[in-house]
Design a protein around this ligand. Structure first.
Ligand SMILES: [Zn+2]
Ligand SMILES: [Zn+2]
Length: 392
């Protein structure tokens, strides 16, 4: 008998750092803690089931058969928006590969010069100009990249997320560039559903009470009291949340920016992303282009470098110490690069290019180029209009 070696193909989601969980072979992506998400599902499905069981049969006969039909449609829409928000990539940015991280470290050290012992190094910040406003790009010590504008690192998912809004435990996922509109539609439709059920609960109790008395009605439909209570307490929070996000959308602002007061007018800093027009802002946030995921979760790992991501993965659970400069950094020199390091870099760049020619990474997997901060992502659309010559 000859032994046959079977090598299992490894998909990229299996090696992704961060604290996300994946189902359905990488098609579904969520945060690790999902307890509150199950509570959300239970509350919505439980309340709607009670409504369909106790109110709908009576209201369909005595008022209109359209009432349960509309309730079912609204319920399905709410669930679709919830699952679309929860199960999708919110806009996670890939981490820098080790050699890219080393090059960025070297660039930073070259730009900062030698910091005397005992003194703190200057903060790792780069400035870019967006619509005549200076916006700071901060360096992420975990992902080893300069974050694109509006991106932030989610401590729960342990990933940088583009146009980070907030981490929502109710939907069990981050809310960011790729799922914000679905999150908003979820809160909006859930508000309508809650108001709808609450209103028809009251109508149902009033109509029955006319014939049979109030107490007899409550005895016949015990679910009604529970529904009214759940809807009453849900109403305030969900409608309030929808109102808050409507306000943010009208300003083209994120929850993260609102909490930090990024565009509060201090130092004459205005929101460079706002069109100064509510309708344009709403159209951009809700009807703008759908951005593809840059993670390529279901792509196959290259066979000869299946450990490329894992070499960086163990550091994902804790913030690693900043790396020291490695003179073997294999990338392209630029104006910050010391002259004496350029020949080494050129030599190692050749090596890298020949290595990459053997197993080129898929296009979507490429992290931001080290010589240019990761801005040239879909962020460079009409409203931001970042030009590369203004970056530094
Ligand atoms: Zn990060
Ligand atoms: Zn998160």
């Amino acid at each position: 008998m000859s032994a046959v070696m079977i090598t299992r193909k490894v998909r990229k989601w299996e090696r992704l750092p961060g604290k996300n969980t994946f189902c359905c072979d990488g098609r579904v992506m969520m945060a690790r803690q999902k307890g509150v998400f199950y509570l959300t599902m239970f509350l919505i499905m439980g309340t709607c089931s009670l409504f369909f069981a106790f109110e709908c049969p009576y209201l369909a006969v005595h008022l209109s058969p359209a009432i349960p039909v509309f309730a079912v449609l609204l319920f399905l829409f709410v669930m679709a928006m919830l699952l679309r928000t929860s199960f999708s990539d919110p806009g996670v940015l890939p981490r820098a590969l080790p050699e890219e991280a080393a090059f960025i470290e070297m660039e930073i050290e070259a730009a900062n010069g030698n910091v005397p012992a005992g003194q703190r190094p200057p903060p790792r910040i780069r400035n870019v100009q967006i619509n005549n406003q200076i916006v700071k790009l901060k360096y992420c010590y975990t992902c080893k990249i300069f974050r694109p504008p509006r991106a932030s690192h989610c401590s729960i998912c342990d990933n940088c997320v583009d146009r980070f809004d907030h981490h929502c435990p109710w939907v069990g996922n981050c809310v960011g560039k790729r799922n914000y509109r679905y999150f908003y539609l979820f809160t909006l439709s859930l508000s309508l559903l809650t108001i709808y059920i609450f209103a028809f609960d009251i109508v149902h109790v009033v109509m029955r009470s006319v014939d049979k008395g109030f107490l007899n009605t409550l005895q016949e439909t015990p679910g009604t009291v529970l529904e009214v209570l759940v809807c009453f307490f849900t109403l305030w929070s969900v409608v309030g949340l929808t109102g808050f996000h409507t306000y943010l959308i009208s300003l083209n602002q994120t929850t993260n920016e609102d909490i930090k007061g990024s565009w509060s007018g201090k130092n004459r800093v205005q929101n460079p992303y706002s069109h100064k027009n509510i309708i344009k802002n709403c159209c951009e946030v809700l009807c703008g282009p759908a951005y593809p995921s840059v993670l390529d979760r279901r792509g196959l790992m290259p066979e000869d470098s299946s450990s490329a991501l894992t070499s960086f993965a163990p550091s994902s659970t804790s913030i690693p110490a900043p790396q020291t400069t490695k003179t073997t950094a294999p990338l392209i020199p630029n104006e910050h690069t010391p002259d004496d390091a350029k020949p080494n870099i050129a030599a190692s760049a050749e090596k890298t290019s020949s290595h990459k020619a053997k197993s080129p990474p898929p296009k979507e997997e490429q992290p931001p180029l080290p010589t240019v901060p990761p801005l040239a992502s879909p962020e460079t659309d009409a409203e931001t209009s970042i030009s590369k010559d203004k970056m530094y």
